[in-house]
Design a protein around this ligand. Structure first.
Ligand SMILES: O=CC(=O)O
Length: 331
């Protein structure tokens, strides 16, 4: 009988324990001892991971390995063929370095969509209705104390930058609020995926939206895609929400746009340098801020772990991934 494949576990399994154990029939798990990047690189060089075939990786494991970049990938064993990331965003992984070293990468689309879209909607409504100000005043014993009137979502134009799975799940939700949805992607979607959303240019999305939702992945092309020049093109008093990655928006420029009133309010689940939050945001009571909780539910976190386990099983038994990252599809 062929010997079991080895899986390198970078991070830990928090929920899908029985699904993880079900891999025992086909694989054996190796857990690194390293506590930081330098130790991890040494451990790789020591041969401790030789023969490892695939890896399970969590977002939190970055605290030990750091970014999966050329330096790191070049010390990983040549036997490592698949890197299965637990998360939708994989900006901590350099896809080109992985491709150069013949490592196939997967992420977790779909399983994250509903929970993240729920947070997205919460931020939109909260930012439109000044709920953070109301909550702060109430806790200070002041009841309403001059909290300004908010705005209804009904009839407003929502511009979705990046109409992928989360953006489409958001549209389903905002349809219930009669918001008009426009979107911009690099390529126009098919009508069934658009589902009534209107495709517009990036410039039109900026200038026509009452609310802008950032739902695009972070990569070298999208870093600071929203900065001073883009804010200047937006409607006065626009509301902007971000559940994607902090660095798709220039936080300094956002703080200035909030101070000038160009941006009336914003809702953020993600920040440029997590867990640091820009002091200009922390001190602004009109903004909704939450600490990266897009997928922070038992059901979704369990489904995400199961998704990664499915990728590992597919890699081991069929030599291919269920959800390869777009940069590597067709490889
Ligand atoms: O931020 C969460 C994810 O990338 O899944």
């Amino acid at each position: 009988m062929a010997s079991n494949k080895k899986i390198l576990l970078l991070g830990k399994i928090d929920h899908a324990h029985s699904q993880w154990s079900s891999l025992d029939d086909i694989a054996e798990t190796i857990v690194p001892k390293a506590r930081d990047r330098a130790e991890f690189i040494e451990e790789c060089k020591s041969g401790a991971f030789d023969d490892v075939f695939c890896a399970y990786r969590t977002l939190a494991s970055e605290a030990i390995t750091g970014r999966i970049d050329e330096e790191l990938v070049s010390v990983l064993p040549k036997s490592l063929k698949f890197l299965c990331h637990n998360g939708s965003g994989y900006d901590q992984i350099d896809p080109e370095a992985c491709t150069r070293h013949d490592i196939r990468v997967s992420n977790v689309p779909t399983a994250v969509d509903d929970a993240t879209a729920d947070v997205n909607l919460f931020l939109i409504i909260g930012a439109l209705r000044n709920f953070n100000q109301g909550m702060v005043q109430l806790r200070e014993g002041n009841w309403l104390n001059g909290v300004p009137l908010g705005h209804d979502p009904e009839g407003k134009t929502l511009g979705v930058l990046g109409l992928g799975g989360i953006g489409r799940a958001l549209k389903k939700r905002t349809d219930a609020f009669d918001m008009k949805v426009i979107y911009h992607n690099r390529k126009r979607l098919s009508p069934d995926l658009e589902n009534g959303a209107e495709y517009v240019s990036f410039g039109d999305l900026l200038s026509k939206s009452d609310v802008i939702s950032l739902n695009l992945p972070l990569n070298s092309a999208t870093r600071h895609i929203i900065s001073t020049q883009e804010f200047a093109k937006m409607k006065d008093g626009v509301v902007i929400v971000n559940t994607a990655r902090g660095a798709v928006m220039d936080e300094d420029a956002l703080v200035q746009a909030l101070a000038s009133g160009k941006v009336r309010s914003c809702g953020l689940d993600v920040f440029e340098e997590e867990p640091k939050v820009h002091p200009g945001l922390l001190s602004n009571p009109s903004v909704m801020l939450i600490p990266h909780m897009g997928t922070h539910t038992y059901e979704t976190r369990t489904a995400m772990e199961c998704w990664v386990i499915d990728n590992l099983r597919s890699a081991i038994s069929m030599g291919k991934l269920k959800s390869p990252i777009p940069e590597q599809t067709g490889m």
